[in-house]
Design a protein around this ligand. Structure first.
Ligand code: PRT
Ligand code: ZN
Length: 293
């Protein structure tokens, strides 16, 4: 592949062409203010109009290799694929989407008691290296059967006794009569980079990371506004830690103030209940687009 660009002055980012990572990867770029010019029409390569990056669309399995050998400088790919491919790339950031786990599952009727139950079994998987390491660490002697897809059907057709595969909701296992017995790793989309980027490319990567972090942080928080009687302000300030401390402004109505702060999404319901109990009224909760602290 020939890449005709002003090489040193931009970075090449490898994204999955089409699959579970594609939409969320493009959304992240978009929310980071990076607009791809020929994003959907030319599905091999796209360049950004307002940031020094070009995007290569690849199969996810090829991304670690491409980043390792310098065809791309950075990439977004599942941590499971990074670990399986064992290419020399650096995981720069966890991106918080495409979360899943890699687990061992056995047929429902199998009498599983402990890892020792796996001794002597045939285990089908598309992740032979990750499984191999796990079995070795636990001194389990099992046969690994590498297959490239539909791993979950292997026990049903007599090809294997157990499987090692990606699990998300668990419904694929259930519908194939399988039970998850060991979780080997947790995965999510990660940003990987070549370990030897030039100084110029490292600077661009830093700037890309700064934007990604601001977007990811903002997704975890909400902006909150409320009105409260002045005598409730101390209690409300204790409930609302905010980034530093809440902003308090007087309302036109004597004895009342408006309070502004930032809360974590995961604490949302608990905080709202406590605020109401403390006397807060007219509570507004607003998404935050970017957050830089
Ligand atoms: O074509 P290309 O090679 O690029 O893509 P692919 O088909 O190899 O990968 P793709 O798009 O299916 O997945 C890309 C990445 O998404 C994976 O490497 C994981 O990091 C992540 N991911 C997150 C998942 C899932 N969730 C997931 N549920 N990848 C696959 N699955 C499959 C799994 O294989 C199993 O068949 O979904 C099924 C299980 O799902 P549940 O919800 O029934 O448990
Ligand atoms: Zn793949």
């Amino acid at each position: 592949m020939i890449i005709e660009t002003d090489e040193g002055k931009m970075i090449t980012l490898a994204l999955q062409k089409s699959g579970r990572l594609s939409d969320r990867s493009l959304t992240l770029l978009n929310e980071a203010g990076i607009h791809l010019e020929n994003g959907s029409s030319n599905r091999l390569k796209a360049t950004a109009s307002n940031f020094p990056v070009q995007v290569l669309y690849l199969r996810d399995d090829d991304i670690p290799e491409c980043v390792a050998d310098g065809v791309a400088d950075v990439g977004i790919v599942g941590l499971n694929v990074v670990e399986e491919k064992e290419r020399p790339v650096t995981v720069v950031e966890r991106l918080g989407f495409a979360r899943c786990r890699l687990s061992i599952a056995v047929p429902r009727e199998f009498a599983y008691t402990s890892l020792q139950s796996l001794n002597g079994l045939r285990i089908a998987t598309s992740y032979p290296r990750i499984l191999g390491k796990f079995l070795q660490e636990h001194q389990i002697k099992a046969q690994i059967h590498e297959i490239s897809g539909s791993v979950e059907v292997a026990p049903g057709i007599g090809m294997a006794d157990a499987i090692f595969d990606i699990v998300s909701t668990g419904s694929t296992l259930i519908s194939n009569g399988l039970v998850e017995v060991e979780t080997v790793m947790h995965s999510e989309a990660v940003l990987v980079a070549s370990p030897d980027l030039s100084a110029e490319k490292s600077r661009i990567l830093e700037s890309l990371l700064f934007r990604f972090r601001a977007v990811m942080k903002a997704r975890r928080y909400r902006y909150i506004l409320l009105n409260a009687p002045n005598e409730a302000l101390d209690e409300i300030a204790r409930i609302l830690p905010g980034m530093k401390s809440p902003t308090v402004m007087p309302l036109a109505l004597p004895g009342w103030s408006s309070v502004h702060s930032v809360i974590q999404e995961e604490d949302f319901w608990e905080i709202i209940e406590n605020l109401k109990a403390a006397g807060a009224q007219g509570i507004l909760v607003i998404p935050i687009e970017k957050m830089i602290v």
